[in-house]
Design a protein around this ligand. Structure first.
Ligand SMILES: [Zn+2]
Length: 678
């Protein structure tokens, strides 16, 4: 549930009083935030010209029910549900054979055999909890952390293996800051509404878990207080999330160190020992996202701070095990999360099992899905749309009058080099060497998780300092059957996953207009990421290498700023600032995706624009808990979904003219005030 909730709130949603619903309007009185459950009622009237998204989706919104245990409902959620149902069937289907199916079934049984798990109780956790509690010196702390067999452990930094930003053909080890309980280091200076929710969640989960481990309430409170005190020490040296949206963000990450240089940077903090106890190979060099943070660790990771570090480890350990112990633990943790976030009811047990199984066994689960549900025809359909989008982007780039010839030529070059990963990889991943003990062999969820994590880590470690095959669709890097689509700047690829091709986003029997209003705009959106503020910084090979002339980049940034300033004006929830800078990249991509679909539409005889725009509005319809919208505003880089519809469509003449939208209408923006970057 913990892993699931975090995934739901990222990925990357209560009834409110009428007074609040009133104030959920845009500054200039434009649109009601119809995403929040309860904001739209039977008394809500709407004209097409004032709020197109709400006009199209009003009846659906009034009937929508957020399923028990979930935080949102909508088209994307419906597709995700259908996908889940299919995968749950695969997870339970004993008639499937082969190593992938065996792994999936074994883990499913470990997760769902509650008699077996209840009999184990919290016993699988206790050796780790007791070992951490016994830490009383920096030597003991190091001894615990450097021991690979202590697989329940946390470092005050994140170690990962992936492509080098500068030489994307080579894999290296990346050292970044740890994920914080409150998500953003700025929360440790001034707590926002989102931060308060995370604080309460972590605090209550800690109290419950520590009680199960036999601590007194007083002791548990002290441990939690200490854990947050250590987080605050780390947070002081970690850049706030707002800096991640700055235009030079990616370049600020390009700090390279040899092992010796890294140790020198870290001073007395034993960084190499720590890394070596995790990855299986050190490698020639490290890429460090925030060297200032690494340099500060020596002052935090001290003998004097051992008690707070130990208590932080305890809380991290407790939270990492909430999904994998007995039923009481799972039920209580779910109840706490539901209460904090205002989630109604309990999640479906099959959903929880699937979440765990597909997260841990992503490649075997992917393989089963692809073999059962994907067809060559789907792949051809998607490749055709992608080709059409790429063709039309040529025309858009040609017509963009604020680009110089030089930048335009490089953009076209990049466009022509885009790799297309559609629906499923050519060659399926092979996890035939993975083994772990099941219920019959005395296994436990914790031990299975450790075995799988270690298998993946060994595999990834072998890649360090070796060449990346950029033409291969890497299942290790992503679950290819998820409900998602994305542009990867690091290999200049567009990735349209099998999971997004179900439900109302795409089906083989949709009309041309429906396909374009759904998956078409999504494909257009993803490709436009090749040319957005972050895409501008990666070249056609995926290397961090700004290919824009200074003047063109300045013109681009100017346009992006105008867009961000416009989005700053929205007030989806009273008292919370909406950040245009946070959503600008995705908003640019939404408008880019719409523009390229309109370019394709213009070449089609008898194109039904009304059907197309309605399908677009339908694709992004949703109802979310208020707490979820607040979390989105704090963290999601995508605009809220009602804005993805209205703010995007209002930029385009084709939309404005079709419905004869006039000054004074909610959907009207004067041409000179429009903000589409492309
Ligand atoms: Zn995007």
């Amino acid at each position: 549930m913990m892993r699931k909730l975090i995934a739901l709130l990222f990925a990357a949603v209560l009834a409110v009083t009428p007074a609040l619903a009133e104030s959920g309007r845009v500054l200039d009185g434009r649109w009601l935030c119809s995403d929040i459950q309860g904001n739209v009622t039977w008394d809500t009237t709407v004209e097409l010209r004032d709020n197109f998204g709400l006009y199209v989706n009003r009846d659906w919104i009034l009937d929508a029910i957020i399923p028990s245990g979930e935080i949102s409902a909508g088209t994307v959620e419906d597709s995700a549900r259908l996908l889940r149902e299919r995968k749950i069937d695969l997870m339970k289907d004993e008639s499937l054979t082969g190593h992938d199916a065996e792994l999936v079934h074994k883990l499913y049984k470990l997760f769902t055999d509650w008699d077996y798990r209840n009999a184990l109780g919290v016993a699988p956790a206790m050796p780790f909890i007791e070992a951490i509690q016994a830490i009383d010196s920096i030597e003991a702390l190091n001894a615990y952390l450097f021991n690979r067999n202590n697989y329940i452990r946390s470092f005050p930094l994140t170690v990962s293996i992936g492509a080098d930003y500068l030489e994307p053909d080579i894999c290296i080890t990346h050292i970044s800051t740890p994920s914080l309980m409150l998500k953003d280091s700025a929360e440790y200076i001034e707590l926002t509404q989102a931060g308060s929710l995370y604080y309460e969640m972590n605090q209550r989960m800690g109290l419950f878990m520590f009680e199960r481990f036999g601590m007194s309430g007083e002791e548990a409170e002290r441990v939690i207080e200490n854990a947050f005190a250590f987080e605050a020490m780390m947070a002081e040296h970690i850049k706030p999330m707002s800096t991640h949206y700055e235009s030079d963000y990616f370049f600020s990450l390009l700090n390279y160190y040899t092992p010796d240089e890294l140790q020198e940077l870290a001073g007395s903090f034993p960084i190499l020992d720590m890394i070596q106890s995790y990855v299986y190979k050190l490698g020639r060099r490290f890429q460090v996202t925030e060297p200032e943070y690494i340099a500060a660790l020596a002052d935090i990771y001290t003998e004097e701070n051992v008690p707070v570090i130990r208590d932080w480890l305890l809380l991290m350990a407790a939270e990492s095990m909430t999904d994998s112990l007995d039923r009481e633990t799972s039920a209580q943790i779910t109840a706490i999360i539901n209460d904090v976030f205002g989630i109604d009811g309990e999640a479906n047990e099959d959903d929880d099992a699937l979440f765990m199984v597909k997260e841990l066994l992503s490649v075997p689960m992917d393989n089963l899905y692809i073999q059962t549900y994907c067809t060559e025809k789907q792949r051809q359909d998607i490749v055709e749309i992608i080709d059409e989008v790429l063709d039309n982007y040529h025309a858009i780039l040609e017509e963009t009058d604020w680009l110089s010839e030089e930048t335009r030529a490089r953009a076209v070059e990049k466009l022509d080099a885009i790799r297309v990963n559609a629906v499923y990889p050519d060659e399926l991943g092979d996890w035939s060497e993975l083994e772990f003990a099941g219920c019959e062999d005395g296994g436990s969820m914790l031990a299975a998780i450790a075995a799988i994590d270690d298998y993946v880590l060994r595999f990834m470690s072998e890649r360090i300092d070796t060449a990346v095959d950029k033409d291969k669709w890497d299942q290790f890097a992503m679950e290819t059957s998820q409900v998602n689509a994305f542009y990867n700047p690091q290999n200049n690829s567009i990735n349209i996953m099998a999971g997004i091709l179900c439900g109302d986003i795409y089906s083989e029997d949709m009309s041309r207009e429906q396909i374009m209003g759904g998956i078409g705009t999504i494909i257009g959106h993803e490709i436009s990421h090749a040319f957005d503020t972050s895409g501008a910084q990666f070249d056609k090979n995926g290397a961090l290498n700004n290919w824009w002339t200074e003047a063109d980049y300045a013109a681009f940034t100017e346009r992006a700023k105008k867009l961000a300033a416009w989005y700053d004006g929205f007030i989806p929830v009273e008292g919370i600032t909406y950040s245009g800078q946070q959503v600008q990249t995705e908003a640019i991509a939404d408008m880019g995706g719409m523009k390229v679909m309109l370019a394709i539409a213009a070449s089609q005889e008898g194109f039904d624009y009304d059907a197309f725009f309605r399908q677009f509005a339908k694709t992004w319809r949703c109802q979310k808990l208020r707490s979820s919208v607040i979390a989105d505003i704090a963290e999601d880089t995508h605009p809220l979904r009602y804005l993805r519809v209205n703010a995007t469509l209002a930029q385009f003449d084709e939309f404005v003219n079709l419905y004869d939208i006039q000054p004074g209408d909610g959907m009207y923006i004067a041409p000179e005030d429009r903000v589409a970057v492309w």
